[in-house]
Write a protein that binds this ligand. Structure first.
Ligand code: DGJ
Length: 743
């Protein structure tokens, strides 16, 4: 899968359907010469293209000193700053004497089976049987700096992972001011750049702009991957759509500040880079110390966005998400947050559990408000001991009662934060991040703990561990409700303050690792004011992430479409909430809310004691449907068919089992129109030669249970017919949905 072509000095990385080729140019620089559909690799040397005048002129062996023409035009594998490549650099270094910049040349390589885990960082998992890796060693002789570029390719995936290790082999202290993880110089004329832009309650909106000269940037300087941008960027060919065209995508396995940038250069190539944001980043690298960058995942698809999604979903399900959960059915839960906020007590929760149990749910999750003096969101973060006034007998008594009612029990925590009104703050006011001489900056009334300090980390984690050990807890929701500001650590000297943002993220990873090591059976769900930290690094620890606080079924369609573009459906926390929606004021059908939530992990977030009887009656059947559709959605291939983001009228998607025996199709009407021809929908991904039966599981048009209002129930047709001729979906009405099982 990876080989070195000695004759032409080429590294050839092959996945089942793609080739990625790197060349040692003129025995010196490392150039990127091809990424795309699989090539006949014998021809690869033809791609080196040194005959172009502007490039050839600067090749070191031709003109030793005038290298700018080459460095600023040639597609580079890992760009460096200050010596002639004026496009975006991946690395920049300041020497002890203040000189800035570097020039990396090729030194050596190593190819080996398997993949090494990254020190202190989550990364896509590897094994000797499933992947091979390549280390390319680059050096800067003046700085005595060694840079190891690591690539891994998998037998069962078209994705390629990349990371970089930077080692100071000099006797001096260097400062890394930029250390990105990957660069791709792509030859593409025209095209579009796709990012997942957003905000709280509007996470991961698919945003496409033309790839004109100039740059498109997705970035976070918030200390978390953020709702505002996702660590993802893709370059699409002009006509690319759901199923056709080329897509080059990068996704960052990291949860902190990131930079993702795509910029068309002067010779019409697009340089894409991804890595830790250089904002407030300055890593002191003493003699013999090293710095490990997080990992970046590259995907090339010539089958449009659906092809790209399949590649990310499969890689993450097989090699990233904790193995025990990757294909497991998750509990259908009831979460009390939207119903009660922090105003609950043991009796209320036990009543929730009893009612939920009767209706067939699996778990009760007690959200924010169980600890310290937490009667509202102004206080008590940091005091991770139970509030006995609300929960007499503590978590032990509560979990016993919930279990007795027939449900598992889950709990909410927010370990990274502290309120000024808390016992922890009164004891350790200096534990919160702050800048000397400035008043602490609050966000949602809270400060961020300096978890990079050992005593702070221990002080928080030991409390959480004690509480989690005190009851029978099956699930933890780990929340994070503000961005980082005032980032400075009392434990580090001035010259190391540029390390704090990254050290904070490492401390969070360390705590999630510790939690899973101490409580291996716990199902962890990450969350950050909704979907503010939905990234592959979080998926390494938690197989599901709360997708958004916006639980309005219609808004959720585009949030879930954007999320599922990259992340497996099985990872999207999705609940049926009460109406009118607190987020939009909109009222939607209870069944539509369920059909939309079934695209993710599925649960309820409402006052289950007090919802309308006719809604309550629907719940057992919804859970029954969930158990039918979830294995298909969880383990199958996801296909986007239509998007209301684009057409404004309706939305639909489908999941097909890997053996193509079954598929589940969901359609939601957004805006019904009068006297419009009915919609023709073509299914995707079916076996053309197989006959399928359509079973309508839920029909939003039916006036009574069992009515075949769509006329589709029981229809039989071959995959070729369903995929080419398609079916007609009659007008329903606004916010109604249709769910069909094909088998
Ligand atoms: C934000 C989360 O997204 C909500 O689900 C809830 O857990 C609140 N925080 C609690 O403070």
């Amino acid at each position: 899968m990876i080989r070195f072509d000695k004759k032409n000095n080429l590294f050839i990385l092959e996945t089942p359907n793609t080739s990625y080729i790197i060349a040692v140019i003129d025995s010196f620089y490392l150039g990127h010469i091809y990424y795309g559909k699989k090539l006949s690799s014998e021809d690869a040397d033809a791609l080196i293209r040194l005959s172009r005048a502007d490039i050839a002129h600067g090749v070191p062996s031709v003109n030793k000193r005038d290298k700018v023409g080459f460095l600023d035009n040639y597609p580079m594998e890992y760009s460096f700053a200050g010596t002639g490549d004026f496009r975006e650099a991946c690395i920049d270094v300041t020497a002890e004497n203040g000189d800035q910049g570097l020039e990396l040349h090729y030194d050596s390589y190593k190819i080996y089976p398997g993949k090494n885990a990254l020190t202190d960082l989550p990364s896509v998992r590897g094994c000797e049987k499933c992947c091979d890796s390549l280390d390319i060693i680059l050096k800067d002789d003046v700085l005595s700096l060694k840079v190891i570029l690591t690539y891994s390719v998998y037998k069962d995936s078209d994705a390629i992972t990349r990371s970089v290790k930077i080692i100071n082999e000099s006797s001096e202290t260097l400062h890394l001011t930029k250390a990105l993880s990957a660069c791709m110089d792509i030859d593409m004329q025209g095209g579009k750049i796709l990012t997942l832009h957003g905000a709280w309650g509007r996470e991961r909106e698919i945003t496409e702009v033309e790839a004109l000269p100039g740059a498109v940037v997705a970035e976070s300087k918030r200390g978390k991957s953020s709702a505002e941008e996702n660590p993802f960027i893709a370059l699409l060919s002009d006509k690319a759509d759901f199923d056709n065209g080329e897509v080059y995508a990068m996704n960052f396995v990291y949860s902190g500040n990131f930079l993702a940038k795509a910029a068309r250069d002067q010779s019409d190539k697009v340089r894409m880079v991804m890595g830790i944001h250089p904002f407030h980043f300055n890593w002191e690298l003493r003699s013999n110390e090293s710095f490990q960058t997080p990992e970046c995942v590259l995907v090339y698809s010539d089958k449009g966005l659906n092809g790209m999604s399949h590649c990310f979903h499969d890689l993450y399900r097989e090699h990233l998400i904790p193995e025990k959960w990757a294909h497991a059915e998750k509990p259908v839960l009831i979460n009390n947050w939207e119903a009660t906020l922090t105003n609950f007590n043991k009796d209320i929760l036990v009543d929730f559990a009893k009612e939920a149990s009767k209706l067939g749910l699996d778990m009760l999750v007690m959200d924010d408000g169980w600890f310290g003096n937490r009667f509202d969101d102004n206080r008590a973060l940091g005091d991770w001991y139970v509030n006995e006034e609300k929960l007499p007998g503590g978590l032990k008594a509560l979990s016993e009662e919930i279990n007795k009612a027939g449900l598992k029990f889950g709990i909410w925590v927010e370990p990274e934060m502290i309120n000024e009104d808390s016992d922890l703050y009164r004891a350790h006011p200096d534990w919160a991040f702050h800048l000397k001489g400035r008043e602490k900056n609050l966000g949602r009334n809270q400060c961020v703990l300096d978890l990079t300090r050992e005593e702070v980390w221990n002080g928080v984690y030991s409390q959480i561990k004690t509480s989690l050990s005190s009851g029978n807890i099956a699930y933890v929701k780990w929340d994070m409700n503000r961005a980082l500001t005032d980032v400075a650590s009392l434990a580090l000297p001035a010259e190391k303050q540029g390390e704090v943002f990254h050290r904070f993220v490492l401390a969070v990873y360390r705590m999630q690792n510790a939690l899973l090591a101490d409580f291996p059976d716990i199902l962890l769900e990450n969350c950050s004011s909704g979907g503010g930290r939905f990234d592959p690094a979080m998926l390494y620890y938690s197989p599901q992430i709360w997708t958004s606080d916006n639980t309005d079924a219609i808004e959720r369609l585009s949030i879930q479409e954007g999320t599922a573009l990259v992340y497996p459906m099985s990872t999207m926390g999705a609940h049926v909430a009460d109406c009118p929606s607190f987020a939009t004021g909109r009222t939607t059908d209870f069944e539509t809310r369920a059909d939309v939530a079934m695209a993710g992990t599925f649960g309820y977030e409402l006052d289950i004691r007090n919802i309308k009887d006719e809604e309550k009656e629907l719940i057992p059947d919804q859970i029954k449907r969930f158990r039918i559709v979830n294995p298909i959605i969880r383990d199958g291939d996801y296909y986007r068919i239509a998007s209301y983001r684009k057409n404004r009228f309706y939305d639909c998607w489908e999941s097909v089992t890997k053996d193509k025996e079954k598929a589940i199709f969901t359609f939601v009407e957004i805006h019904a129109e009068s006297n419009k021809p009915s919609r023709k929908i073509r299914f995707k991904g079916l076996n053309p030669n197989k006959e399928y039966t359509l079973s309508v599981l839920h029909d939003g048009r039916a006036r009574k249970k069992g009515e075949n209002a769509s006329g589709l129930d029981g229809l039989k047709a071959h995959g070729s017919t369903l995929m080419n001729a398609g079916i007609i979906i009659n007008r329903m009405s606004d916010f109604k949905s249709l769910q069909i099982l094909l088998h």
